[in-house]
Design a protein around this ligand. Structure first.
Ligand code: NDP
Ligand code: 8X3
Length: 256
């Protein structure tokens, strides 16, 4: 049964990777989409790809989730147009750098904390009150296996994803008494632009992360997110960990 068709789904970080795969998957299921990210050119390409192929309504906006005023403006514009999202996918996020904590770059720390924690909070604070007022909605936060277990030099990225897990748990408690669902999906290694961003554009180094085993694809994760969103209203997945079969914990991977 398709319970996704006709829902309005807001995806942050929709310009690449997991977010873009979710957009394609939800469009194929007949959802209406609101896509946010910083790179306008990528969003426009995605809109051009999805627009003609589907009959869904689709809007894209350049929104940096770190910019609280911009997030509030974009959310208010949606609400004013009568478009309160049925589903919010808090996906925008990144790792920046991979260094021992005593050698780390505080600029990298700011980037991760501002995006993965404060960005997720900015968007949730702007959208969730409207879901609560309507007594309808589903928030899906994208965490990570890095939010369950630390790994060497993961330090601040780990802390942000442990934090996302705390926020998911907290959000669930805070919407008690409403029918709103809050879920989290925690992927292991997914081959996207993630490692290229982490290594500040070093593509060769990024490729080594996924060498010698079959990582997840962004589509694998989008399938899982679609499964969660499609569940009946009385079913809520609190936290789902998805890893490639070769990945045994956050840092043990069977590489050939
Ligand atoms: P990508 O780098 O491919 O995608 C990240 C997306 O986040 C991009 O669309 C990017 O768009 C967006 N983004 C980053 N910063 C901001 C910002 N300040 N405001 C708005 N959008 C932003 O990586 P993934 O698809 O892999 O990452 C998606 C999520 O999945 C992240 O939260 C990541 O932590 C998580 N994750 C990834 C794993 C992996 O192995 N790949 C594993 C576990 C979790 P733009 O640059 O255009 O703003
Ligand atoms: C991304 C997975 O293990 O590279 O969250 O941190 S990992």
């Amino acid at each position: 049964m398709n319970r996704i068709k006709g829902k309005l789904i807001l995806i942050t970080g929709a310009s690449s990777g997991i977010g873009a795969s979710c957009a394609r998957r939800f469009a194929a299921e007949g959802a209406d989409l609101v896509l946010w990210a910083r790179r306008a050119d990528r969003l426009e390409l995605l809109a051009a790809e999805l627009g003609p192929a589907s009959r869904v309504s689709l809007s894209v906006a350049v929104v940096d989730v770190r910019d609280r005023a911009a997030v509030n403006r974009a959310a208010e514009a949606l609400v004013a147009a009568g478009h309160v999202p049925d589903v919010l996918i808090n996906n925008a996020g990144l790792a920046s750098g991979l260094s021992k904590i005593h050698e780390g770059d505080p600029e990298d720390w700011d980037r991760m904390i501002d995006t993965n924690l404060k960005g997720l909070l900015n968007v949730t604070r702007a959208v969730l009150p409207h879901m609560v007022a309507r007594r309808r909605g589903h928030v899906v936060n994208i965490g990570s296996t890095a939010g369950h277990q630390t790994y060497p030099m993961g330090n601040v990225y780990n802390a942000t994803k442990f934090g996302v897990r705390a926020l998911t748990e907290g959000m669930n408690l805070d919407v008690a008494g409403t029918p709103i669902r809050v879920s989290e999906v925690d992927p292991g290694f997914v081959e996207t632009e993630f490692s290229e961003v982490r290594f500040h554009g070093d593509r060769e180094r990024a490729k080594t992360v996924y060498q010698g085993f079959q990582p997840l694809t962004a589509d694998d994760v989008a399938d899982t997110i679609a499964y969660i969103v499609n569940l009946p209203e009385h079913v809520n997945i609190l936290d789902l960990i998805i890893v490639p079969t070769a990945q045994r914990n956050v840092y043990v991977v069977d590489r050939t």
